[in-house]
Design a protein around this ligand. Structure first.
Ligand SMILES: [Zn+2]
Length: 135
Protein backbone atom coordinates (compact mmCIF):
# COMPACT_ATOMS: atom_id res chain seq x y z
CA UNK A 1 0.00 0.00 0.00
CA UNK A 2 1.36 3.42 -0.86
CA UNK A 3 2.13 5.71 2.03
CA UNK A 4 -0.19 8.53 1.00
CA UNK A 5 -3.24 6.29 0.71
CA UNK A 6 -2.43 4.70 4.04
CA UNK A 7 -1.97 8.08 5.71
CA UNK A 8 -5.39 9.19 4.45
CA UNK A 9 -7.03 6.07 5.82
CA UNK A 10 -5.30 6.51 9.18
CA UNK A 11 -6.32 10.13 9.33
CA UNK A 12 -9.95 9.21 8.59
CA UNK A 13 -9.81 6.70 11.45
CA UNK A 14 -8.12 9.16 13.80
CA UNK A 15 -4.95 7.08 14.09
CA UNK A 16 -1.52 8.66 14.27
CA UNK A 17 0.99 7.50 11.64
CA UNK A 18 3.65 6.25 14.03
CA UNK A 19 6.98 4.58 13.33
CA UNK A 20 5.46 1.35 14.69
CA UNK A 21 2.58 1.46 12.20
CA UNK A 22 5.00 2.23 9.38
CA UNK A 23 7.15 -0.78 10.30
CA UNK A 24 4.17 -3.13 10.68
CA UNK A 25 2.68 -2.11 7.31
CA UNK A 26 6.05 -2.48 5.60
CA UNK A 27 6.50 -5.94 7.04
CA UNK A 28 2.94 -7.01 6.22
CA UNK A 29 3.35 -5.95 2.59
CA UNK A 30 6.26 -8.39 2.19
CA UNK A 31 3.90 -11.36 2.36
CA UNK A 32 1.61 -12.61 -0.42
CA UNK A 33 -0.54 -14.74 1.86
CA UNK A 34 -2.04 -14.25 5.35
CA UNK A 35 0.54 -14.51 8.14
CA UNK A 36 0.54 -14.65 11.91
CA UNK A 37 1.77 -11.92 14.20
CA UNK A 38 5.13 -13.58 14.98
CA UNK A 39 6.01 -13.83 11.28
CA UNK A 40 5.33 -10.13 10.96
CA UNK A 41 7.31 -9.22 14.06
CA UNK A 42 10.30 -11.18 12.72
CA UNK A 43 10.33 -9.06 9.55
CA UNK A 44 10.32 -5.76 11.40
CA UNK A 45 13.80 -4.20 11.30
CA UNK A 46 13.65 -2.23 14.52
CA UNK A 47 12.43 -4.59 17.19
CA UNK A 48 9.02 -3.66 18.54
CA UNK A 49 7.56 -5.32 21.63
CA UNK A 50 4.97 -7.97 20.73
CA UNK A 51 2.35 -6.26 22.91
CA UNK A 52 2.84 -3.08 20.88
CA UNK A 53 2.51 -5.01 17.63
CA UNK A 54 -0.77 -6.47 18.91
CA UNK A 55 -2.04 -2.99 19.78
CA UNK A 56 -1.12 -1.70 16.33
CA UNK A 57 -2.91 -4.63 14.71
CA UNK A 58 -6.03 -4.01 16.75
CA UNK A 59 -6.07 -0.37 15.61
CA UNK A 60 -5.46 -1.24 11.96
CA UNK A 61 -8.13 -3.92 12.05
CA UNK A 62 -10.69 -1.49 13.47
CA UNK A 63 -9.80 1.00 10.73
CA UNK A 64 -10.28 -1.84 8.19
CA UNK A 65 -6.77 -1.37 6.85
CA UNK A 66 -5.97 -5.00 7.60
CA UNK A 67 -8.13 -8.11 7.95
CA UNK A 68 -7.90 -10.63 10.76
CA UNK A 69 -8.67 -14.19 9.72
CA UNK A 70 -9.49 -17.05 12.02
CA UNK A 71 -9.70 -20.63 10.77
CA UNK A 72 -10.64 -23.47 13.12
CA UNK A 73 -8.60 -23.30 16.31
CA UNK A 74 -5.55 -21.82 14.61
CA UNK A 75 -4.05 -18.54 15.74
CA UNK A 76 -5.24 -15.39 14.00
CA UNK A 77 -3.76 -14.52 10.63
CA UNK A 78 -3.50 -11.06 9.16
CA UNK A 79 -3.49 -9.63 5.66
CA UNK A 80 -3.76 -6.23 4.02
CA UNK A 81 -7.31 -5.31 3.13
CA UNK A 82 -7.04 -5.73 -0.64
CA UNK A 83 -9.46 -6.79 -3.38
CA UNK A 84 -12.14 -9.25 -2.20
CA UNK A 85 -10.91 -12.82 -2.22
CA UNK A 86 -11.33 -16.18 -0.51
CA UNK A 87 -8.96 -18.60 1.13
CA UNK A 88 -7.68 -22.13 0.76
CA UNK A 89 -6.67 -23.77 4.05
CA UNK A 90 -4.47 -26.88 4.05
CA UNK A 91 -5.88 -29.29 6.63
CA UNK A 92 -2.48 -30.88 7.10
CA UNK A 93 0.03 -28.02 7.53
CA UNK A 94 -2.48 -25.15 8.08
CA UNK A 95 -1.04 -23.12 5.21
CA UNK A 96 -3.43 -20.44 3.98
CA UNK A 97 -3.44 -19.36 0.34
CA UNK A 98 -5.38 -16.47 -1.18
CA UNK A 99 -7.93 -17.57 -3.78
CA UNK A 100 -9.24 -15.13 -6.37
CA UNK A 101 -12.43 -16.40 -7.95
CA UNK A 102 -13.36 -15.20 -11.42
CA UNK A 103 -15.83 -12.33 -10.94
CA UNK A 104 -18.27 -13.55 -13.59
CA UNK A 105 -18.28 -17.06 -12.16
CA UNK A 106 -18.92 -15.69 -8.69
CA UNK A 107 -21.68 -13.35 -9.84
CA UNK A 108 -23.52 -16.08 -11.68
CA UNK A 109 -23.24 -18.41 -8.65
CA UNK A 110 -24.50 -15.65 -6.33
CA UNK A 111 -27.38 -14.82 -8.63
CA UNK A 112 -28.56 -18.44 -8.90
CA UNK A 113 -28.18 -18.95 -5.13
CA UNK A 114 -30.04 -15.69 -4.54
CA UNK A 115 -32.93 -16.87 -6.71
CA UNK A 116 -33.04 -20.33 -5.13
CA UNK A 117 -33.15 -19.03 -1.55
CA UNK A 118 -34.98 -15.77 -2.33
CA UNK A 119 -32.22 -13.67 -0.78
CA UNK A 120 -30.18 -10.74 -2.02
CA UNK A 121 -26.48 -11.54 -1.70
CA UNK A 122 -24.25 -8.51 -1.12
CA UNK A 123 -20.97 -10.22 -0.35
CA UNK A 124 -19.68 -13.74 0.16
CA UNK A 125 -16.75 -15.59 1.59
CA UNK A 126 -15.82 -19.17 0.88
CA UNK A 127 -13.20 -21.30 2.59
CA UNK A 128 -11.69 -24.06 0.49
CA UNK A 129 -10.23 -26.85 2.61
CA UNK A 130 -7.87 -29.56 1.43
CA UNK A 131 -4.22 -30.47 0.94
CA UNK A 132 -1.65 -27.99 -0.39
CA UNK A 133 0.95 -29.05 -2.99
CA UNK A 134 3.61 -29.60 -0.29
CA UNK A 135 1.43 -32.07 1.63
ZN1 LIG B 1 -0.04 -28.23 3.51
Amino acid sequence: MIDEKLKEKLKAANIKYTEGIKQVMKSLSMFDNPVDITQIQNKIEKKIHLATVYRIFEKLEKAMIINRLQFNEQKSLYELNKAPHDHFICNNCNRVIDIFIDKNELRSAESSIGKRYKVKIQTSSINFIGKCKKC
